[in-house]
Design a protein around this ligand. Structure first.
Ligand code: PEP
Length: 250
């Protein structure tokens, strides 16, 4: 039996989006207002658009989030943004430990955990990402590697706080390849067991998102898997119709 957890559909725009993207945001806002939606929704645009999109989505069901944060609240960290800045810009979430950042900027599990701790301290929900490379998947060690990432990257949290976990097999991100339902089921069950072991009862309701080439045509199947509590969506979050198709599948 699937546990009753409100799914979260979060769009990660990555380094995409400009003033023209507001048309997409307006469509999302209007369509969400016109129907019953069974999901929490978040859009994580580039930092330059975060405040404007947060204002545009004011009083909408959809919230906003950032794609990264620094672990410190302020200081001499050229080019970074902090959790208080994200909060002031209207963000409710921050993605931490996306594989593109773990890969390109060598972010370790302890870096990711420090960012997630900062998010919680600043009243923002961290979306903690994990996922294995193709080599690891083929070596049969995917579950061990992902569970270790999660245990080392997720911070402790209090009853007033919450964290979200996103499982994103690296080989499925932006490639059009999706993990099989059987693999997603196996991994999400293993993650649920690890979260429950680590956090006790609160671990049973942490949202575990799947990410990796989710689109309207495969969303229903993926979102119906036990312990898949939403999706982290890259490419398909850039077009309102595609993103709404995924939200409507939840
Ligand atoms: C992502 O970047 O988090 C992602 C899942 O991308 P895509 O949906 O494009 O595979």
């Amino acid at each position: 039996m699937k546990k009753k957890i409100m799914p979260l559909i979060a769009g990660n725009w990555k380094m995409n989006g400009d003033a023209g993207s507001f048309l997409e945001v307006e469509v999302i806002k209007d369509r969400l207002a016109a129907q019953e939606i069974n999901a929490d929704v978040a859009i994580c645009p580039p930092a330059t658009l975060l405040h404007r999109i947060s204002v545009a989505l004011h009083e909408s069901l959809a919230k906003t989030g950032a794609q990264n944060c620094h672990a410190q609240a302020n200081g001499a960290y050229t080019g970074d943004i902090s959790v208080p800045m994200i909060s002031e810009a209207g963000g409710s979430y921050v993605i931490v430990g996306h594989s593109e950042r773990r890969g390109a900027y060598n972010e370790s599990d302890s870096d990711v955990r420090a960012k997630a701790v900062a998010a919680l301290e600043g009243g923002i929900i961290p979306i903690v990402c994990c996922g294995e490379s193709l080599d690891i998947r083929e070596s049969g060690k995917a579950i061990d590697v992902v569970i270790t990432q999660i245990i080392n990257s997720c911070p402790d949290f209090s009853a007033e706080q919450s964290i979200v976990v996103a499982y994103e097999p690296i080989w499925a991100i932006g490639t059009g390849k999706t993990a099989s339902v059987a693999d997603v089921d196996e991994m999400h069950n293993a993650i649920r067991n690890a979260l429950t072991k680590r956090f006790g009862d609160p671990g049973t309701t942490i949202k575990i998102l799947y990410g990796g080439s989710v689109k309207p045509s495969n969303a229903k199947e993926l979102l119906s898997v036990e312990n898949v509590n939403g999706a982290l969506v890259g490419g398909a979050s850039l077009k309102a119709d595609d993103f709404l198709g995924i939200i409507e599948a939840a």
